[in-house]
Structure formats: C-alpha cells, structure tokens
Design a protein around this ligand. Sequence first.
Ligand SMILES: C[S@@+](CC[C@H](N)C(=O)[O-])C[C@H]1O[C@@H](n2cnc3c(N)ncnc32)[C@H](O)[C@@H]1O
Ligand code: SF4
Length: 453
Amino acid sequence: MNHLISKYNIPGPRYTSYPTVPYWDKEGIPKETWINSVKRSFLESNEKEGISLYIHLPFCESLCTFCGCNKRITKNHQVEGPYIDALLKEWDLYCDLLEEKPKISELHFGGGTPTFFKAENLDRLLTGIFSKSIIPKKPAYSFEGHPNNTKRSHLEVMRKHGFNRASYGVQDLDIKVQKTINRVQPFENVERVCRESRECGYDSISFDLVYGLPHQSMDSIRNTILQIRELKPERIAYYSYAHVPWIKGNGQRGFDENDLPKNEEKRALYECGYQLLLDSGYHEIGMDHFALEHDDMFKSLENKNLHRNFMGYTASKTQLMIGLGVSSISDSWYAFAQNVKSIQDYYEVLKKGEIPIFRGHELNKEDLFIRKIILDIMCHFEAQWELNDDNYLIIQDSIKRLKELEDDGLVTITENRLQVTESGRPFVRNICMAFDLRLLRNKPKTQLFSMTI
Ligand SMILES: C[S@@+](CC[C@H](N)C(=O)[O-])C[C@H]1O[C@@H](n2cnc3c(N)ncnc32)[C@H](O)[C@@H]1O
Ligand code: SF4
C-alpha cells in the first residue's frame, strides 16, 4: 500500500462539482443565462422533489488556524442584523423568479459559524424564508454548530422550524493539537451540546473529525474516537486535512510544515480511525463519511439515492440547489453560479436589486455526461455508461488511462462499467481525475487543489 500512496498522492479536486470551480468557463455566465437555468430546473423538479437551500453564515469569533472555510472573524455582533436583512433580500429576488412557492426539501446552514448568530436572529431569518415557501412532510434541515457556542436557545429555535440534524466541529480532542490550531474545546462541551440536541429532538447528530492536523498522533486519533463514540453520533465526517495555505492566507501558517503528518504517516492516521469507526458499528459512506445503520444517509446509500454537491454528501438528490449569502455556490444541474465573496460587494449588488453572482459555468453535453460518471464514483464507488451514447467515444482515453490503476488493483473496468475495489477506495479522487477532461486538457501550472491522500 505504501508505494501506492507515494505514487498517487498528488494534488487533486474533491469533486463536490464537475467541472470543478477552477475549470469553470473563464468568461463566466451571463446573469440572464443563470436565471433561465434556475427557472427551467425549478419547473422540472419543484413539484416532484422540491429544492435545496444552502445559507452561508460566515462569521466566527476566533480563527482556527487550520480552517479552509470561507469565514470572517469578528467579535462584533452588530454585523448580524444587516446580514440577515441581505439574506432575506436575496431570497426575495429568487422567489420573484419562481412561478410558485418553492418546496424546501433540504436546508443547510453552513459557515463560518451559524451559531455565532443570536437565536432570535436565526428565528427572524427562518420565519422570513418560510413565509415564501412550503415545508414538505419529511424535510431534511441541518446546521453546523460550534460546540463552544451552541446554546439551547439555538437548538430550540431551529428545531421549532423543523431542523432535525445538528453537525458539530470536533476535529480532535487532544489539547496539544487543539492549542496548535487555536481551538480549545473540551470534551465536556461536545458532550453537553450532543445531549442537549437529543433532548430538543434532533434525531441525527453529526461530528466533523480531521486527520493530518499538526501534532496529531495515532494515540490522539484513537482517544478522540474512543471518547466520541460514547456519544453515538449518527454520522461522522472524517476529513483529510486540506493544507492550502496559498488560498487561505496566513490562517494556516500558525504552525510549521514539519509539524504536519505526511504521506504514509497521514494515511496511517486515517487507517487507524477508519478501522476504529468500522469496529464501532459505522459504515463507510462515499469518501470520508461514516454513518450508523439507522441514519438516513446509510439508508440512502443502500437505496442508491446518495448524492454529492457543494454541501458534501446528502441523503437525497434535488436537481436545484440555491445558495444564499457571501461566497455561496448554487447548482441548477444545467449551470453553477457563485456569489461575490466580500460582504461589502454582497450588500452593494443586492441594493441594486440584482442576484449577487460573480462567476459561474453553463454545463455542455460533455460536462453533463462526465458529471454523472464522477458523481456515481464519488457516491457509489461504481459507474456505468451506455455504449451507444454519443459521448462514449470521449471516455475511451479515460478507460486507457485507468489501465494503470487497474494493474495496481484499484479498479476493475469493462467497456461499459467501472468498479472501485476495496483497496481503490482511498484513491477515489485519482480515479475521478481520469475522467476529468477539463483538467486533463488544461493541466494547472500552479497548485490548485489539496493532496488526494
Ligand atoms: C464551517 S466548519 C464547522 C462549523 C463550525 N464553524 C465549527 O468550527 O465547529 C466545517 C468543517 O470543515 C472542516 N474543515 C475546515 N477546514 C478544513 C481543512 N483545512 N481541511 C479539512 N477539513 C476542514 C472542519 O471539520 C469543520 O468542522
Ligand atoms: S473551523 Fe469553524 S469556527 Fe473555526 S475558523 Fe473555521 S469556520 Fe470558524
């Protein structure tokens, strides 16, 4: 295995979209094209499956120095009111485009830290959003909370609006690791927030863990998992630390490169956690994710409904996902669009009454064909295609390229089907890269992506 890790540990996308963001059309997307694709997708899908809404709440009180998310650090809570006003304005603009009330099947508050906001402000936001939409019988609503600042009032307000899943950043419970990443968070806080979530009626709790952090060891990983498994979270995201200091400025430079476990050492940390999670009753779901059998995510894997988008894995698929807030990405299936990244710009575009996107990509037939293959590999470790599809010819080179991975025992491939083997699972990003025609045609000149392993 070690020689395979050295061979395949190269920079590569995490494929929350295809084409990946750096390969979106350099010309961008005209706002009219984006709006038309939203209208088309809405008409095709709202009645049947509803839509997903992602709301980005970017503020955090302090900076965790490993963090790769899009966030603004501030202790000034005066920022909350104007930001909620802007989100509601953006939602109004989308609702004005739609011919009927949207049915919100999935809703996710991401960040930053949604629990930075006071509960009453989240209440105002949700009341405004739902005043213009329909809530289905079994909604899947979730939020990302920081265990240090999630209060019972937050839990009660979101539960009142139908939220049923809470996701908490745990990362690692070792104090030395926590101090190095500037995120001291005692186990008692995680235990409290988990207990209170269950008391309030949340039926799915999810924890984020990260491996490959500075000073992490087999012992710290083992102790973290042994402690958190006592709390029986339904889902665990076990992320590979993405070291991307060139994107995130000084935020990730709070420690030395030498403090980071690399290659085989990092992979060993993953294997250690992976085995312990399986021994604890968790099932592997796609890449980096684990779930207990009674959780919807496991059921959707079994029923082949698992989906992947900018929110990561989701238990069901909606064709249309609208992202509100700074830097949010929306997906109409036919096109992607991203909102402006600065809060100032966000306010200014909205003041003009315009949808605040600044770039995007309209998918052509080839993109749609490849997108489906990559999605199937990321979700189900397998993909199939029709031999009589016009696009079949364009993946001939990909099939040839995969020969080497087949010789290494990572995939089995026939002329119309690919299956990732057990030992190929850690290399799923590399396998998708063989189909990523945009990346292959235009190799990056500088490093754009984190390492695949
Ligand atoms: C928006 S944060 C979670 C919510 C909340 N802000 C918190 O910190 O608890 C989303 C998650 O992304 C993961 N994450 C952030 N930066 C990362 C990085 N550089 N590599 C891998 N995972 C990362 C962390 O596990 C984090 O919990
Ligand atoms: S890990 Fe969470 S709290 Fe820390 S900086 Fe990132 S988004 Fe903010």
